[in-house]
Design a protein around this ligand. Sequence first.
Ligand SMILES: Cc1ncc(C[n+]2csc(CCOP(=O)(O)OP(=O)(O)O)c2C)c(N)n1
Length: 571
Amino acid sequence: MRWRAERDIYGIASRFVLKGLLLPTVSAHLAQTLAQHVDAVFGLMGNGNAYFLDALERGTAVPFTAVRHEQGAVVAADAHYRASGRIAAATTTYGAGFTNTLTALAESVQARIPLVLVVGDEPTSGPRPWDVDQIALASAVGARTYTVGRTDAAATTVIAVEHALNYRMPVVLAIPYDVAALEAGEVPPAPTPRMPEPLAARGEFAAGMIAEIAAALRTAKRPLLLGGRGAWLAGAGTALGALADATGALTATTALGRGVFPASEYDLGVTGGFGAEGAMALIGTADVAVVFGASLNQFTMRFGELFAPGTRVFQVDVAPAATHAHVSGYVRGDARLVAEALLGHLSGAVPAAPWRESVDVAAARRYEPGGEFGSDGRLDPRAAAQRLAEVLPADRVVVTDGGHFLGWSNMYWPVAAPDRMMMIGTAFQAIGLGWPSLVGAAVARPEQAVVLNSGDGGGLMALADLESAVRVAGGRGCAIIWNDAAYGAEINLYGLKGLSEGPMRIPEVNFAGLAEAVGAEGLVARTLADLERVREWSATDAATRPFLLVDLRICGTIIAPYQQEIIRINS
Ligand SMILES: Cc1ncc(C[n+]2csc(CCOP(=O)(O)OP(=O)(O)O)c2C)c(N)n1
């Protein structure tokens, strides 16, 4: 056998090549172990992750997708999980590559999305002049770091995956610069990450509260079930549907829980600022409301006005205690298990005159239709949103960046399930995560059309990954840029207060032209008739059509109700 020592291009370490066969390095231990647990890796290469990427590409079957800005790596891994429930990894080099991820990392922490971010880090011998304290930076946004050593990379990788999945959190997995290429022997078999059982509601108090909720539902005249993303994660949809049938309840969801109930017939849609006025008025008349897997944040609660003072509100969640002052009875437990327990109490119950039969749900859910154009002759976003809902592919998976515009799709587009409408950035209130969100969703849902909603402000901020989105989604991809030539949310919040509007305006950017520069079709839509091209596109086989970017020229002075609510609260 002939061994050959090979200097790597950065001159830091040797690796041994045995007639072309690599002996596993620490990076290979990490890559091969990670590959057993993640479905996809998104990233951008540099000194700190060169060996990891080489080991991943040559030693595993996990697909690597290149992005053009490191923020996009984390965003894509995050979107992958939200769109599929399957964990993905991101990877960047140390230093600037890592610091470029921080906004996205903060969003994943705030939204509680598991993912593993594999990064290079300073050498074990100590920081070089360009190193920063990456562990402190990750910790500052709420992410824990695990660092691999020369002998424990496989085991540490499993712990990192376990942490991400158990705590529903992003974790950083760091490879010190001088360890990355060290030879580490055969890759040991890695244990499967341990996962917790669904949280059972335990103890006398929980049992008593479940009995009390069942009794309240049995005697309620106007019962309401409200489902959030936690109910979706718990797989509670079927049980909640059965509970609604057994109690004659109307249903509603949070923005992140849309579509969690199996039947839409009695569903009042989304609550909070995106909710339809008629639907919100009906919720205000409920006498008993049971909330499953929703934290009842200020938006869902319409800043405290969702329920009437007389509504008895119960909450079922995995949080340690009730998360809103209006909750009068709390059960800590998995939404599916508790819904099933409630069904057990109610078995055979048939409501005499179900509330839901006596109201016109479809009428209550209706929104203001708008006209074709606003006062400036540009498209009315309400009419455009409705037309887009009709002409986009029906089985679409939608990712949405932050900004004023996000009200329109949330109001006017029907959603079949929570993993078909994702808002990436809103937990941290960040804009500019749109394009790489589309990349993650496209990889996670390879059979489906993927649609991005973005403003012109956020669309420009994330522009580096327009190229990635077009490359990865191809003919399955479509982007709607709600182009009002402004940071519209800022105009609504501060321009209308009289602050200088200069910094809030954006020169009208030709996004259609930008799309064409990276091989996509660009469509400038100024009328509803222009959107017929989207209908045609949807009807064409995805393999033969191009990525379509719709540069939607909308009127900026039509303000979404949720934003009017925020304006009211702020003033
Ligand atoms: C990273 C980041 N920078 C700035 C902001 C402040 N901000 C919130 S909404 C918004 C405007 C977004 O503009 P655009 O994407 O065009 O959407 P629009 O509000 O016009 O619909 C800005 C700048 C933010 N939330 N995140």
